[in-house]
Design a binder for this molecule. Structure first.
Ligand code: FAD
Length: 498
């Protein structure tokens, strides 16, 4: 559990309440650098009285944890205030308030923006208290409020033997995940998560509360299926068509530490040929030249979920096993949600940089040689550097690139770098690591499609709009111009109006 959700879920002393703010918060925190009194009335008091949720300001209990983004690179950007909204009406009031008093604003759901983009020095409009979920047994549509995190989505689905394409990190916000697409083990059988979105509610820059679907506000609905969080408004609910959850799956966690140069091509070839019933993440851990000299090497950490038996999975992976047996191996049939607990990845916030690329076809020997060369030249940090492959395709490729705003179709792999570092890693070392990552990325780019996944936002990309949206960019820009010409919703890589 993240520190902020701990505070909010505790219901204890750390929990900010509206009453606490109104009674003591203003006096304790003062009016703040950005606030001050306007026309004799404190604007923060106006906001606090205008919404049903609490408003938290610097100095209030819980403020520091609430302000913190998951990517600590952005942790120094602190909001002048946080509106913890309980409803779409609260969100509309908060947007109107920020515009009236000329505060920049930002939406925050799970706070896991990979580039730390859900931060502001103005008003943070946080949906975390909007945690309602509902399930329509007839249509099998799950409706979740704008602040539900993955863990809440899993719970709602599990109770109804349903599933969608979902990730593995329980604290990622469903809002950011769905708005940017949403990828995971089920991508090959169910498509991108936003493909299953049937409706959403959004509060626009004008404070309008709109329902989006194929029938209502179609353009904006199209944009919210992959256009990325933070661009068009604040979404306060999502309705998703679910699929029946399989009763049993085979879950695998395997680690190879030997004969990597031969295991890796054998494994990637086997995964390329594998049936869509297999969802996989294959992660390579980088080593420093010093570790290499001591006898360590790049390791392969494989996670797989097969709608099939352990024997079938072993058959699929036989070419890799023929080169070397994994040093650690679990292949086990289990219930679907037991498997999701087995795969669950919850890591503490840290400073990190993601980069990513899509690939078509089998991964070539030249591409594998290049990645191993770079993975063995990691400068090193106190945490890790990893390169992961998600096998994509299947149902995700059955949707045309222009059908929704999620343009990345026609690929077979998504490749993502995770470079993490901590406080103890000095500035120079971090710069050296970022330069290594950049050179590594450049070396892999010729083998890939020039597209990046907008949910693993990469602040170092220069042509980010084209990489995130390709041919869908002009339509996204026209929609932005129609709903938010003044760029009320803005962040460093926001879609500009046109
Ligand atoms: C540890 C980790 C694991 C991840 N795993 C996966 C994975 O398996 N699959 C995958 O597809 N992605 C994954 N992601 C990427 C993740 O989907 C995106 O980072 C996503 O944007 C995070 O959403 P959030 O609500 O938590 O983030 P936030 O930081 O709250 O928001 C992200 C962006 O959306 C905006 N926003 C927030 N709330 C709203 C709202 N209600 N309406 C409109 N805009 C809003 C913010 O302003 C910001 O621009 C992972 C990220 C991390 C850090």
């Amino acid at each position: 559990m993240s520190p902020d959700s701990a505070i909010l879920n505790s219901g204890g002393e750390g929990q900010p309440t509206r009453r606490a703010f109104v009674a003591g918060g203003i006096a304790a925190a003062g009016l703040g650098a950005l606030g001050g009194t306007l026309g004799g009335r404190d604007p923060w008091e106006i906001l606090a009285r205008g919404i049903s949720g609490p408003v938290v300001r610097p100095g209030d209990p819980g403020y520091a944890a609430l302000a913190l983004p998951y990517n600590l690179r952005a942790a120094s950007v602190r909001p002048a205030g946080i509106a913890l909204c309980r409803s779409a009406r609260d969100v509309a009031t908060s947007i109107g308030w920020a515009r009236r008093y000329h505060f920049p604003l930002i939406g925050r759901s799970g706070g896991h923006s990979a580039a730390g983009y859900s931060v502001t020095t103005g008003l943070m409009i946080d949906t975390r208290l909007m945690t309602q979920t509902a399930f329509n047994e007839k249509t099998r549509v799950a409706t979740i409020a704008g602040g539900v995190r993955n863990a809440g989505v899993y719970q709602a689905l599990q109770q109804n033997d349903a599933t969608i394409t979902h990730g593995r990190c329980p604290t990622v916000g469903a809002a950011g995940f769905l708005l940017g697409g949403g990828i995971g083990f089920n991508i090959r059988t169910l498509g991108v998560a936003s493909d299953a979105l049937v409706a959403s509610q959004i509060v626009t820059a004008d404070g309008e509360i709109l329902t989006l679907s194929e029938k209502e506000n179609r353009d904006l609905f199209w944009a919210c299926r992959g256009g990325g969080g933070g661009n068009f408004g604040i979404n306060t609910s999502f309705s998703i068509r679910t699929a029946p959850a399989p009763s049993r799956v085979t879950a695998a966690s395997l680690t190879w530490t030997a004969k990597i140069d031969r295991v890796l091509p054998a494994l990637l070839d086997a995964l390329y040929e594998s049936p869509v019933r297999l969802g996989t993440w294959t992660t390579l851990d980088a080593v420093t030249p010093r570790q290499l000299a001591k006898g360590d090497d790049v390791s392969i950490y494989f996670l797989g979920q097969l709608l099939g038996t352990p024997a079938e999975l072993r058959r699929i992976l036989a070419p890799a096993y023929a080169v070397a047996r994994p040093a650690e191996s679990t292949i086990k049939e289990m219930g679907y949600w037991e498997a999701q607990a087995f795969f669950s990845e919850a890591a503490a916030p840290s400073e990190f940089q993601n980069r990513g690329l899509y690939f078509c076809g089998p991964v070539s020997d030249a591409a594998i040689d290049t990645m191993l060369w770079w993975l063995r030249r990691w400068p090193g940090t106190s945490i890790y550097a990893q390169l992961s492959f998600l096998r994509t395709g299947g149902r995700a490729n059955a949707v045309a690139p222009h059908e929704t705003a999620f343009v990345h179709r026609g690929n077979e792999w998504y490749m993502i770098w995770y470079l993490k570092w901590g406080e103890e890693d000095g500035k120079e070392l971090v710069a050296e690591n970022l330069a290594w990552l950049s050179a590594f990325y450049d070396a892999m780019a010729p083998y890939a499609i020039p597209q990046a996944y907008q949910n693993f936002t990469d602040p170092s990309l220069k042509d980010y709009l084209l990489q995130y949206y390709a041919g869908n960019l002009p339509r996204l820009q026209r929609i932005k111009a129609a709903v938010d010409p003044a760029r009320v919703f803005n962040f460093p890589q926001a879609i500009p109006p046109r």
